[in-house]
Design a protein around this ligand. Structure first.
Ligand code: PLP
Length: 404
């Protein structure tokens, strides 16, 4: 279609006027396209485990199809799955202030839970504090709700994490909430119990919503990462988002959930009932098996986490070869966040480096601009060990070329 006609037929609505494409997904798409064109690309851009979904989960899904789990379910998700999520919370937090299935809504990935949470809680005139760097979609989700995303830059000397005091300094009378993510994408940093206690207490005191994205909580290397549910005195203004995508290698199944006060899950369910309805029925049964066959889950998750940890250790060891490359020590998730500011001190160093790396060394990484920190790049080690080590070697070589 000639461009002039396209422009006449499509002018984006105000709803998406500021929307940007997901930079992380764009990198993966570019790496796949180059591969399809015959290039031997090492893809360290992807944010998904390189493992197959464990067999016990796949078998459960096959059984569910044969048993007829192919129809609409309740919008908020099948009761056994919501009960299994509630049981998991009770087991983790010893049943204090128990969560019931009515406090849980199952969505099409934790991404939908996060979007729906923002959409029902925030609106015009509201400001939402986002510790930065953060996963690229938080800024867009808050903006889609027509609220204002307020990035709060993390402390470079402290894993790029924010403190309660830093959040407080960025707040205004219009602040309504905070979006937290620990372990963090893109840095792999993990908030300690004491750090979370301070942030939870601040939100409580100010009456802000705290949205805690805990999708990487099972992937942490110094014991299980602390959940805000571990430290919160009450859940009145708390939304915890989680899912099976990362820990169970189930990215494509699209199952996530939010744990929130009942009025919020009700509003989210109403929103979901007019947009996507229930998350895929078969996937809900797969997620149910993932959570309830505890012995199989324990074995599958710990095998994957051990491998991620081994790769993390190898990566960190190899960084010693280029001491000028500063990084955040990764204690969870499967990302290494590297500062490449020296490549282009007065511009978008991360993008310049990522482009050089892809075009000259066939390695895909995500430029830090996607996470509002343009001096950095994110490298994912959710790729086979040899690829990760090969890729990091090329990163070090490329850095040496650009910063002699
Ligand atoms: N939250 C964070 C921090 C993520 O990195 C991702 C995926 O990359 C998601 C949420 C979305 O996960 P899901 O596949 O459950 O939608």
């Amino acid at each position: 279609m000639p461009e002039a006609i396209a422009a006449r037929t499509f002018a984006p609505s105000l709803n998406i006027a500021k929307l940007k494409e997901s930079a992380t997904l764009a990198v993966s798409a570019r790496a796949k396209a180059l591969r399809a064109a015959g290039r031997n690309i090492v893809d360290l851009g992807a944010g998904e485990p390189d493992f197959d979904t464990p067999v016990y989960i796949r078998r459960a899904a096959q059984r569910a199809i044969d048993a007829g789990a192919t129809r609409y379910t309740a919008t908020e998700g099948i009761l056994p799955l919501r009960q299994a999520i509630a049981d998991r919370v009770a087991l983790d937090y010893h049943g204090e202030d128990a969560v019931s299935p009515a406090d849980i809504i199952v969505s099409t990935g934790s991404k939908q839970s996060l979007f729906n949470t923002c959409f029902v809680l925030f609106g015009p005139d509201d400001e939402v504090l986002i510790p930065t760097p953060s996963w690229t979609s938080y800024y867009e989700m808050v903006t889609l709700a027509r609220a204002t995303a307020v990035p709060v830059m993390g402390d470079a000397g402290h894993g790029l994490k924010v403190s309660a005091a830093m959040l407080e300094a960025a707040a205004t009378a219009r602040t309504r909430g905070v979006m937290l993510n620990s372990p963090s994408n893109p840095t792999g940093a993990v908030y300690s119990r004491a750090e979370l206690e301070e942030i939870v207490a601040l939100c409580d005191e100010r009456g802000w919503w705290l949205i805690s994205d805990e999708i990487y909580r099972d992937i942490s290397y110094s014991g299980r990462a602390t959940s805000v549910l571990d430290v919160a005195q009450n859940r009145d203004r708390l939304v915890v988002v989680d899912g099976v995508a990362k820990a169970y290698a189930m990215t494509g199944w699209r199952i996530g959930w939010a744990i929130a006060p009942r009025a919020v899950t009700k509003a989210m369910s109403a929103l979901q009932s007019h947009t996507t309805s229930n998350a895929t029925s078969v996937s809900q049964h797969a997620a149910l098996a993932a959570l309830t066959d505890r012995a199989a889950a324990e074995e599958a998750v710990s095998t994957m986490v051990c491998e991620f940890q081994a790769r993390r250790d190898l990566l960190v060891a190899s960084m010693a070869r280029e001491p000028r490359l500063q990084y955040v020590y990764p204690d969870g998730a499967f990302y290494l966040y590297l500062n490449v500011a020296a490549v282009q001190p007065d511009g978008d160093a991360g993008a310049a480096f990522a482009t050089h790396l892809l075009e000259r060394h066939d390695v895909a990484v995500v430029p830090g601009a996607a996470f509002l920190t343009p001096d950095w790049i994110r490298l994912s080690y959710a790729a086979p060990r040899e690829s990760v080590m090969d890729g990091v070697g090329r990163v070090i070589t490329a850095f040496g070329e650009l910063v002699p």
